[in-house]
Design a protein around this ligand. Structure first.
Ligand SMILES: [Zn+2]
Length: 1189
């Protein structure tokens, strides 16, 4: 070893006493033999004395630049004299016992660990070893160990483990020595390899000898022993050893003992230490079993309940709750299969993928929870939340497209031009001459005959071979109800099956079909209906045949529809008002404050809605209409804030769940709604006390409701059709409620690992009583909302090979305001396909002579529904050639929406866009004059109709089919892509393409775009990026949006192309059609955390505004890019410069965003049910543990 020279830092007097002594010591180190023992003892004793008495001395030795520590360590290495060694150990102990970790750090950095461990080894060879030496050596090692990351390995290499263990064994009664030894052992055990080897040497049992019942004596010893044991038990073999020796009941008994006796909560760390041991044993399956067998659930439940009132004991409650959740037996969902209740026979089954898997499953296989999960030893240990998230994150990074060839534009069209000619008819604007629309003086005729509206039938699969449809299954083609306007050829081919004797549409009741349960109708609503009927009859020209006043209470739908019938036109309405006032002058008329929906909601028409529903084909053949869709939604006059999370809500809910196991007798388990029964009987199971559920209407998807306690219900959502998962969207009806009673609802088969419900989002509720009272609206509601991993699990088969994948619970509590109300709950503001059809029809009424509006049906979906496509632009100024030329040469803007049915917000944004485009404002007119808009407002009608969350009837995510859509399985995508390919083929690729979506895990509205450069930047492949030329224009539109749209957030945007997104609309349109401004626009389902709407949940007003502002931004974009404007610089140009500047400044673009916006953990209780401590690496503690300490 190099002999360090005693040096001093500037400013420290060189005549300092201690430095002189150190110099002396250094000199002796230089000698080959440590000759003068007496001198060495003397010098070290002096130094010790100085150190003990003067902090100044300690500072001098430890000062930066001082080699004091080196000199001392070298002396320790060279001397063999026990007294000198002891003196030096005292010195080191004094030095490191104050000054925090810094001084220990210096000691470690100077190689102190190895020297001390070497000393331990040589001292152990003496017989007997000096107790005093061992004591001091261990107390220094106890301080050094935690500061040295390699301590565990170094100790093992030096053979120190057994020395300490043997010492411990021999000194179990010698507490003075026991404590430092245990402290060192605790550090050894943190290393997983050491833990296994120590366990083999009986250290687990040794620890159990030290851990005893409650006693005020030697609590610090106990604490360290528990920590050590906890560390050891992270190893599976040690945990199993503890189970085999029946230590679980002992730990539980000790815990109870401390819980009972530590009344003043002075020893929380000991109690927490015991729980830590229990927690680690329960990481293995036998451990969980031992815990259950030893009544662990009851013990921890009752102790935690007693701890609850004392806030300082929260760490104990949280640790207990974690253990209980982990040990809660995994349950199967109360279903016979998790496959969707409804099946839809596909024209052909895709060769591979999830749908193929489902179809290839033998019918008798149990896909809910199979045995293989139960017998697996390693099941949940590694399936932890944190690891999942870690994986997600890694996957995200891996997900960036690094293959430049995949980022460069793809040149070929994909389909021959000849074939694409099929789409020509969807672009009449490019060939029309408009001679008919103007009079001889060139004035636009008013109103213009809509150009060829609806004259064009949907596309019949062009590649095809129009095959006869497959033999209809029970819930298949019959779903196409008798249609007022018999549709296109396609449906005619079906007419053979579509006998008039088909089940009639039960639309008399817009609420519940008659064959079910009349009594379901609330009394008050019935009365109201009667009133309405009276009113309707008075004004009606031909009253319903047997509707004698007061004899037969009509179903409300009937009455209301009559009511609305008489409001069809202004004249009618006026006449009706007169008649009403003359015939109903009595007092009862005052009761009838039914809102004038037509005035409140100009583009909503209940009558028209019903009409639209009749031509909507659903797989379950829905014959009911949900009230909210019928009445419509009017904005509430108040703001809806993002809900602040109440402390401890999740814990409370989890405790209530645990009580199911503790007090099984309290649990009702009564099925009150079961869609699986629908083929044999009615799914609504009537029972006086219980709530009634229903969701057999468009976009509804409740599968089962189980009454768990008197006022608590577990709800199970139906899977997407032809799938066994994707549960997130929900829409169902509740009635027969009590007033002023809090009801708890749990949706128990959610799948995502986190949700905005944990970050202030509320569910939506619609009260029919409120609607009738003049407030037809969806409101954000519910209290005690949280989202957490529950004890239900699905089979590895269903989880795609992953073992025991847990479900999540969304829980909320609702207190109803009205007696006999009918309420609806939804994940987000519903927007059905029938609503879209109604809305599109109402848009016609906004047409002015200046507006060119064309509506067509692009194609038919698998379910037999039309996929609408719209063209909106301005009429040409005149039929003169130059005007027609300007008209035809306007750039295209291509918009699509609602490919994901659960993202209803996308439809509301689209509604805003459409209404803006049809509005009479000068901006709208300028916009129409600037572009031709081609819009497919609902890419997935079947998914929307059937209550799917993600997929179409083919069981696939349609936004992953754009690379190679199948004409039969994905007709809407195939043909929308066809439209774009056609435009591309005739050199008219759109200037902007945007697909509207909703985002469930982030706030605000933002865009994903495509940039080669930003993608390459993310991968740090700087070499390749240098020669890339890229126009920054893709950033302009989002940048403008961030200026004009309050909900829009530029910082959430990303322009990175991910591998997993290569088959999405955005990437395919960008790459294959060369559309640089190709986007996905994501709107939050929750709310905003920036801008004008910061702190508010998003509503339909904000969503519609977003759609309108998108249009405004397009106009600005047009002006920015117009050559005319370039000659007259405006502030828009500054904006462009700013865009470029900010972008250029960004050396490392941070636009690449992770899926999650939110911190992983808000409350101390984590969201996972499992902990991640199974494979204990050296210094790792779980997040939960970190949060607790
Ligand atoms: Zn989406």
């Amino acid at each position: 070893m190099n002999k360090p020279k005693m040096t001093t830092e500037k400013g420290i007097p060189s005549n300092s006493r201690v430095l002189m002594l150190l110099g002396q010591l250094e000199k002796m180190n230089g000698e080959t033999v440590f000759s003068d023992v007496e001198v060495a003892r003397h010098v070290t004793a002096k130094i010790l004395h100085l150190i003990q008495t003067q902090e100044k001395t300690r500072k001098e030795i430890m000062a930066k630049g001082s080699s004091g520590i080196e000199v001392i360590l070298t002396s320790l290495e060279s001397t063999r004299d026990l007294q000198t060694v002891l003196n030096i150990l005292y010195i080191l102990n004094e030095l490191v016992s104050v000054g925090g970790g810094y001084r220990v750090g210096v000691l470690v950095s100077k190689g102190g660990t190895a020297i001390l461990l070497q000393l331990l080894l040589s001292a152990s060879k003496e017989s007997p070893p000096s107790d005093e030496l061992m004591l001091h050596l261990h107390s220094i090692l106890a301080k050094v160990g935690p500061k040295d990351k390699k301590f565990g390995i170094k100790a093992r290499v030096h053979g120190a483990l057994n020395i300490t263990v043997n010492l411990l064994r021999q000194n179990l009664q010698n507490h003075k020595l026991l404590l430092p030894c245990l402290q060192v052992l605790r550090v050894y055990s943190a290393n997983s390899v050491n833990a296994v080897s120590l366990g083999k040497n009986g250290v687990v049992d040794l620890m159990f000898k030290i851990i005893g019942p409650y006693s005020k004596k030697s609590t610090s010893l106990l604490k360290v022993a528990l920590d050590t044991l906890g560390a050891l038990l992270k190893s599976k073999t040690n945990a199993r050893r503890a189970v085999d020796r029946a230590y679980m009941p002992m730990l539980l008994a000790v815990y109870q003992d401390w819980h009972r006796n530590d009344t003043r909560h002075r020893h929380m760390l000991i109690r927490k230490g015991i729980l830590g041991c229990i927690k680690n044993i329960t990481n293995i399956k036998p451990g969980r079993k031992a815990f259950i067998d030893a009544h662990g659930m009851k013990i921890l439940y009752s102790t935690s309940t007693e701890c609850l009132p004392v806030r300082t004991l929260d760490p104990l409650v949280n640790a207990s709750s974690l253990v209980m959740r982990k040990c809660f037996p995994k349950n199967r969902l109360p279903l016979s299969t998790i496959k969707s209740v409804f099946q839809h026979t596909l024209p052909h089954v895709p060769a591979e993928g999830p749908v193929a898997q489902i179809y290839s499953q033998p019918p008798d296989v149990d896909d809910v929870l199979d045995d293989s999960d139960d017998n697996d030893e390693n099941d949940t240990e590694n399936d932890t939340e944190n690891e999942e998230e870690e994986k997600d994150r890694n996957a995200q990074n891996d997900d960036i497209e690094t293959d430049i060839s995949k980022l460069r534009p793809k040149q070929n069209l994909g389909r021959p031009l000849q074939e694409l000619k099929l789409y020509e008819r969807f672009f009449p604007e490019l060939s029309q001459d408009f001679q008919l629309y103007f009079d001889s003086e060139g004035k636009c005729l008013n109103p213009p005959a809509p150009p060829a509206t609806k004259s064009i039938g949907p596309i019949i699969v062009p590649t095809a071979q129009v095959q006869a449809p497959p033999n209809p299954g029970p819930a298949h083609w019959e779903a196409c109800l008798a249609n007022d306007e018999p549709g296109p050829a396609h449906r005619e081919t079906l007419s053979a099956n579509d006998e008039p004797s088909d089940p009639p549409l039960h639309l008399e009741s817009i609420h519940l079909s008659n064959d079910c349960d009349h009594a379901h109708w609330p009394q008050q609503a019935r009365e109201l209906a009667r009133e309405l009927e009276r009113m309707a009859l008075d004004g009606a020209d031909s009253p319903p045949p047997n509707a004698v006043n007061g004899q037969r209470p009509p179903t409300p739908g009937e009455a209301e529809r009559d009511f609305y019938c008489h409001r069809e036109s202004e004249d009618d309405r006026d006449r009706e008002r007169e008649e009403d006032s003359s015939s109903l002058s009595s007092g009862e008329q005052a009761v009838l404050e039914v809102p004038d929906m037509a005035a409140l909601l100009p583009l909503h028409d209940p009558e028209l809605y019903i009409h639209m529903v009749k031509s909507t084909c659903s797989v379950p053949q829905y014959s009911e209409v949900a009230y909210p869709d019928y009445f419509g939604h009017i904005l509430p006059p108040f703001r809806e804030h993002i809900l602040e999370r109440v402390y401890g809500v999740q814990r409370l809910k989890i405790f209530q769940d645990i009580e199911r196991l503790i007090h099984p007798a309290d649990i009702l388990e009564k099925v009150v709604y079961d869609l699986d029964l629908r083929l044999h009987s009615c799914p609504v199971i009537s029972d006086g006390e219980a709530l009634k559920f229903n969701s057999q209407f468009e976009s509804g998807n409740l599968r089962k409701a189980v009454q768990v306690r008197r006022f608590e219900y577990d709800l199970i959502l139906n899977s997407d059709i032809n799938s066994n998962h994707y549960h997130q969207w929900f829409y169902f009806e509740v009635s027969s409620m009590r007033v002023a009673t809090p009801y708890r609802f749990n949706i128990i088969n959610c799948e995502k690992s986190n949700s905005q419900f944990n970050y202030g989002m509320q569910v939506l509720m619609y009260s029919v009583q409120e609607a009738i009272g003049g407030r037809p609206r969806w409101i954000r509601t519910g209290t005690d909302i949280c989202y957490y991993k529950n004890h239900f699990s699905r089979s590895s088969l269903a989880a795609g090979g992953q073992k025991g994948k847990s479900y999540y619970t969304l829980t909320f509590t609702m207190t109803f305001q009205h007696k006999d109300d009918v309420c609806y709950f939804a994940y987000h503001y519903p927007y059905t396909y029938s609503t879209l059809k109604m809305h599109l029809q109402k848009l016609e009424s906004l047409r002015t002579p200046q507006i060119y509006l064309q509506q067509d049906v692009l194609c038919e979906t698998l379910g037999g529904n039309g996929c609408p496509v719209l063209t909106i632009t301005a009429m040409p100024d005149s039929p003169a050639a130059d005007h027609i030329c300007q008209f035809r040469n306007r750039p295209y803007v291509f918009l699509t929406s609602r490919v994901h049915p659960g993202e209803t917000n996308a439809s509301w944004v689209m509604k805003g866009t459409l209404e803006f485009l049809m509005s009479s404002s000068p901006t709208a007119q300028s916009l129409r004059e600037a572009y031709i808009f081609k819009i497919v407002p609902m890419l997935n009608p079947d998914g929307v109709i059937n209550g799917n969350h993600r997929c179409s009837l083919s069981g696939e995510d349609l936004n992953r089919q754009w690379l190679n859509p199948n004409a039969e399985l994905h007709p809407t995508i195939y043909h929308t892509k066809g439209l774009l390919q056609y435009l591309s083929a005739i050199q008219r690729a759109p200037m902007v393409y945007c697909d509207y979506h909703g985002h469930s895990r982030k706030k605000n509205v933002f865009m994903y775009g495509c940039s080669i450069k930003e993608t390459v930047w993310q991968t740090n492949a700087s070499a390749t990026s240098c020669d890339l030329q890229e126009d920054l224009g893709y950033r302009t539109l989002p940048k403008i949006l961030s200026h004009v749209a309050p909900a829009f957030s530029m910082s959430s945007c990303s322009f990175v192309v991910e591998k997993s997104k290569e088959s999405t609309a955005r990437v395919v349109v960008w790459r294959e059609m060369g559309v640089q401004k190709s986007y996905t626009m994501e709107s939050t389902l929750c709310g905003c955390d920036q801008g004008k709407y910061k702190g508010l949940q998003i509503g339909t007003r904000e969503l519609e505004e977003m759609g309108a502002q998108f249009c405004v931004a397009l106009l600005r974009l047009k002006r920015l890019t117009s050559p005319l404007e370039l000659r007259h610089p405006s502030h828009f140009l500054d904006l462009e410069t700013e865009v470029i500047q900010t972008n250029c400044k960004a050396t490392s673009p941070t636009t690449y965003v992770l899926e999650e916006d939110e911190p992983s953990f808000l409350e101390e209780v984590d969201y996972s049910a499992e902990s991640n401590e199974e494979n204990a690496d050296d210094d790792r503690t779980s997040d939960t543990e970190a949060a607790l300490t």
